[in-house]
Design a protein around this ligand. Structure first.
Ligand code: SR1
Ligand code: MG
Length: 421
């Protein structure tokens, strides 16, 4: 009988950089590592995991991502490390549905709850790049292709129903869904766990617009139950601009550990909201060309995703009852309506909730940041309350423009009151 060679990686522990080097040598043996020159750096800046970049002097490199038993953002948040398996398996599946749009996974390891993936150092994290107001002309086309192919390709209208249910079972993700249910669908409206981070100059605005509006709470409750019960599509579950690697030519989606079967507007709405944060940062900095590009992206992402989904629908729908033009229109309208609602939810939770975004928190001027936050919240409320009016890309841009006008008018009237006194 062959004797199993013992390894220090036979039992789970949280790796440090030296461990990551040894780990890469052992697990990524297809690379002929130059052992003496290998180095590792922890490069993770997300809220949950540890990410090591391991390189050698011969130009070899790999990314090792490991899940810890508690979130980086808060030691109180205990999490199942199985999320690393979920993430690795979904990336492999997404790579099949949308080739070239996700990093290649070399291996994953359910003992160390870690995976090894392609190093995308020729790309940048999109949020970071947009903080420098860089423009990516191919983004709308590429992200819409990714979303149309992955989201439509995993629905009941397209897939064999039993195979779909098997995927749904495999990717059930209760712990990470629980985080979203709390951080996106609950706490921004009541701060029930005292974890919200509200920028003090807008505290009164938040109280009136978010904490005290029962009508808004009712709409968010409807959306929360929908998120929890509508197993429409295998969604990424956290498709913000920190989950996207980008350069002028290419877009790669990563970090899908929140994936599960949910409403597909959740992903599209996240992209929209996070582009609005980028717009707000550019606007505060006076980056006019960048803002114009973001405005075009808002319109194009909605229109292109819708068009590509409609085409996918025509070409791939297998359910005979769903091969019906009226149902197709209803289906598409619902996706755009959900997209609008989720854009609103994400805008709100990143402004007042526990997990803020740098696009907003790095606006140094207090008045400009307050204005940016009020614009995001005002647009968000319209996206949620009037979601059924949103039919195309222009409607999304109009919501942003109307919010700017409303906030500026509020400010003007407030200033004129002060001047009158
Ligand atoms: C505790 S994790 C906080 C947030 O970071 C992730 O990226 C998700 O967006 C989550 O809501
Ligand atoms: Mg993440």
């Amino acid at each position: 009988m062959e004797e199993k060679i013992m390894s220090k990686f036979d039992t789970y522990f949280l790796m440090k950089t030296d461990d990551a080097i040894e780990y890469a040598k052992e697990k990524v043996s297809q690379i002929e590592w130059d052992a003496d020159s290998m180095t590792a750096k922890e490069i993770g800046d997300g809220n949950l995991n540890y990410v090591f970049k391991v390189t050698d002097a011969k130009g070899h490199s790999v990314i090792i991502k490991q899940a810890g038993v508690e979130a980086r953002i808060s030691a109180d948040m205990k999490l199942d490390t199985d999320r690393n398996r979920i993430e690795s398996e979904i990336l492999v599946l997404e790579g099949k549905l949308a080739p070239g749009y996700v990093p290649e996974i070399y291996f994953y390891d359910t003992v160390m709850s870690a995976c090894g993936m392609e190093d995308l150092s020729d790309h940048e994290i999109m949020r970071t790049a947009m903080l420098e107001h860089k423009i990516f002309p191919k983004f709308a086309d590429q992200i819409s292709t990714f979303m149309a192919q992955v989201l439509m390709g995993t629905t009941d209208v397209v897939m064999d129903h039993q195979e779909k249910k098997e995927l749904q079972r495999k990717f059930i993700n209760p712990e990470l869904c629980d985080i979203t249910e709390a951080l996106v669908y609950t706490e921004p409206y009541n701060d029930e766990r005292g974890r919200n981070r509200v920028f003090p100059p807008i505290a009164d605005f938040v109280k009136e617009k978010l904490y005290e509006d029962q009508g808004l709470h009712c709409e968010v409750a409807k959306l929360k139950m929908d998120f929890m019960t509508r197993a429409q599509s295998l969604i990424h579950g956290d498709l913000h601009t920190g989950s996207i690697f980008i350069n002028e030519e290419s877009t790669k989606v990563f970090d899908p550990e929140f994936c599960f079967y949910g409403p597909m507007g959740y992903d599209i709405g996240n992209v929209i909201a996070n582009m609005i944060f980028a717009w707000a940062n550019g606007d505060a900095a006076g980056a006019a060309d960048f803002c114009k590009w973001v405005e075009d992206v808002l319109v194009d992402v909605i229109n292109m995703t819708k068009e590509k989904m409609e085409k996918y629908y025509d070409e791939h729908v297998t359910d005979t009852m769903c091969r019906n033009e009226l149902y197709k229109k209803y289906y598409m309208d619902t996706i755009i309506e959900d997209t609008s609602a989720v854009a609103g939810l994400e805008l709100i939770r990143r402004i007042v909730g526990m997990a803020n975004v740098k696009d907003i928190t790095t606006i140094a001027d207090e008045a400009k940041r307050a204005r940016a936050e009020k614009i995001c919240i005002t647009a968000a409320i319209d996206f949620i309350k009037n979601r059924s009016d949103k039919k195309c890309g222009k409607c999304f841009l109009k919501t942003l423009k109307d919010a700017i006008a409303e906030v500026d008018a509020m400010h003007k009237s407030c200033c004129s009151h002060v001047a009158e006194r």
